[in-house]
Design a binder for this molecule. Structure first.
Ligand SMILES: [Mg+2]
Length: 292
């Protein structure tokens, strides 16, 4: 992980983020404890256990980090710090479904590593739990990628329950609504990062929104290692991300055109057809939880 992050730095990114949590402890004997009966599935099937754990909201799994588990996570961050150095902001995400007390124990143990923020420790709906965590730590905490509309962010902002909000423009209500969310956070002295795991289309929409706010920190990006990601749109300098930054386009609309041929080349499944109906998703589980 540390070396991957170093590669990102060499590409010009100035803020990094990594996963850190329960998932990397599942296979470690003595790193976690939980009431086995709470989580159905084969006790020997580590993947199944992990997935079952994720269907329960954090307070209800009763998954605990053991002292060994906390030490292992701290060792991991220490190794990353040793590779990338102390001066680079590193955020951490995907802690897993642990309760408030373990979020605090882990957050306090991680404080020497000076992380940029700890993300989605508990579901965003639990404002009071976020207040507990925020007050107990000297590391910024962040949530918001699953929250819809400005009103959804309000309780967290009013309670000063987080230090960073993290809307996803494709979930939070679009360009104008996300600009309003950012501006509201600014009034409370709270910064805004933007969640993004999508195409250049939603990425560029986020760029315009970010450019219109004053409390923006960073836009998430997941496709550094996918070269064709850049080819879905035309009319912009390529690569879209230049030395870690995206120039704001001056052209009309979002400032680019869509390359439908390239999109057709990368359809999944490839033989499905462009804009084909996807009625099966009316029935199937889409892993579309209302929290992270
Ligand atoms: Mg996240």
């Amino acid at each position: 992980m540390g070396y991957q992050l170093k590669d990102r730095l060499e590409r010009g990114f100035t803020i990094l983020k990594m996963d850190l949590g329960v998932n990397q402890l599942i296979a470690e004997p003595g790193a976690l404890s939980w009431p086995q009966g709470m989580l159905p599935g084969d006790p020997e099937d580590k993947l199944e256990r992990m997935l079952n754990m994720q269907t329960l909201m954090h307070p209800f799994t009763h998954v605990r980090l053991t002292p060994k588990g906390i030490d292992l996570l701290c060792d991991y961050v220490a190794q990353v710090r040793a590779v990338v150095g102390d001066q680079v902001p590193i955020a951490a995400d995907h802690f897993g479904h642990i309760g408030v007390d373990d979020c605090i124990r882990l957050g306090q143990a991680l404080e020497p590593y000076n992380l940029a923020w700890l993300e989605d420790l508990v579901p965003w709906q639990y404002t009071d739990a976020w207040v507990q965590i925020e007050r107990a730590l000297h590391t910024p905490v962040c949530t918001g990628e699953d929250i819809y509309l400005r009103d959804g962010f309000k309780p967290l902002l009013e309670a000063h329950a987080v230090n960073v909000i993290h809307p996803d423009m494709a979930t939070s209500g679009g360009i104008l609504e996300t600009k309003r969310i950012g501006d509201l956070a600014q009034e409370y002295g709270i910064s805004m990062a933007l969640h993004m795991a999508g195409t250049p289309i939603s990425t560029m929409a986020s760029v315009h929104c970010a450019a219109a706010t004053e409390n923006f920190i960073a836009l998430e990006h997941h496709f550094t290692d996918v070269p064709f990601w850049n080819d879905f749109i035309d009319g912009l300098p390529k690569p879209i991300i230049q030395n870690g930054f995206i120039p704001v386009p001056e052209g009309p609309g979002l400032g680019f055109s869509i390359n439908e041929d390239v999109i057709r080349e990368h359809l999944v499944p490839w033989d499905r057809g462009f804009f084909a109906p996807t009625t099966e998703w009316d029935e199937q589980h889409s892993h579309d939880r209302l929290w992270s």
